[in-house]
Write a protein that binds this ligand. Structure first.
Ligand code: KG4
Length: 334
């Protein structure tokens, strides 16, 4: 069956075509240039841009997959969490298409999409596995029991990991979203240059906290700017900050593996594109005897292929979405 996936939960409009669980096309338009001057996402501008983009993005996904809309047998759309105004654009369009074409519609939780994104690569995990989802809005550890059952084991109590990257970028006057640029700067730095704090909370806790780290980076930048001769480079500062984030993410995920006895670990979400995070996980999982799975880089950040994949499996287990279903801003998955 051909599945059309549509994603519009935040600031990217995306569409994808899958043939069962094989990706035929995946198209995305980014709104970074629109929001960058404001230093963050402006919800109303995001909704308006989705409205302009959704029709051409879906058309392009069909064109690249070399199929016609009449051949699509199922539409999967992100139902939440996210910005309600943004979600409603993709959701309303998907519902209208499904209604006119008389085909089923399935609603997908964006977090479920990220949890399952490693299945879009060459080395998918088997169930059960642990999924660390790290993006601009989330830092959570889930136990994935099957394609539709996910248990939240830990989450951030304040900032998400991607948010911490973006806030540090802002302190350095790098335009939003600065996470990837901070990571690029970090690649040339010494990760031991500054020992930033690692918030571990209680010994057995699987929760995260990144707000203290952000404050420590702000203080360090302030001190460095006071000195005539800064004691470290910008690259060193970024590398040291990144190391503090990566170390906690890896440690807590390994702790979750010990607590649950689950030996497979996957990552997903925008921050899972981070090269240092991938290397640290690869090394640590090898030491701990765990199998590590990362999604292909283009499916780390928001995309519609993961929505179509999750929707296809959800449809097989739970059937189509009821006609009166609505979008939601907060995920029931936590
Ligand atoms: O999953 P995503 O595309 O959107 C959601 O937040 O749902 O994630 C975007 C986040 C941003 O905070 C961005 O700065 C961060 O992921 N990000 C990175 C990298 N690439 C994207 N953070 C660190 N290193 C990267 N290479």
């Amino acid at each position: 069956m051909f599945i059309l996936g549509i994603e519009s939960s935040c600031d990217d409009t995306a569409a994808a075509i899958l043939a069962d669980d094989r990706v035929l096309s995946s198209v995305l338009t980014s709104q970074d240039a629109i929001h960058s001057p404001y230093g963050g996402i402006v919800p109303e501008l995001a909704s308006r841009r989705h409205l302009q983009a959704v029709v051409p993005v879906v058309a392009e996904a069909l064109r690249r997959a070399e199929i016609n809309l009449v051949e699509v047998g199922l539409i999967a759309v992100t139902r939440g969490p996210g910005l309600v105004g943004s979600l409603l654009v993709g959701f309303s369009y998907a519902r209208a298409l499904a209604h006119v074409r008389r085909i089923p519609l399935v609603g997908v939780d964006h977090m479920a999409g990220h949890i399952l994104s490693t299945f879009l690569g060459e080395d998918p995990p088997s169930f059960p596995y642990l999924a660390l989802i790290v993006s601009g809005g989330n830092s959570s550890i889930y136990l994935a029991e099957d394609y539709c059952r996910f248990r939240l084991l830990g989450r951030t109590r304040d900032d998400a990991a991607g948010e911490a990257f973006d806030k540090v970028a802002k302190l350095l006057d790098i335009p939003y979203p600065g996470g990837p640029q901070v990571a690029a700067l970090a690649a040339g730095g010494n990760r031991q240059a500054i020992r930033f704090p690692r918030a571990r909370l209680a010994e057995d806790s699987l929760d995260f906290s990144f707000s203290g780290l952000k404050t420590a980076v702000r203080n360090e930048i302030f001190q460095q700017r006071q000195q005539d001769q800064p004691s470290c480079t910008l690259a060193d500062l970024c590398a040291s900050f990144q190391e503090a984030v990566v170390e906690v993410l890896v440690d807590k995920t390994v702790l979750a593996a010990r607590q649950t006895g689950v030996s497979r670990v996957a990552i997903g979400g925008g921050v899972s594109a981070n090269e240092r995070l991938r290397t640290a996980f690869t090394d640590r999982c090898r030491q701990e005897g765990l199998r590590f799975h990362a999604p292909p880089r283009q499916y780390s950040t928001d995309n519609a292929a993961m929505i179509a994949f999750a929707g296809w499996h959800s449809y097989q287990q739970q059937g189509p979405l009821p006609a009166d279903a609505d979008v939601y801003s907060r995920s029931p998955l936590g």
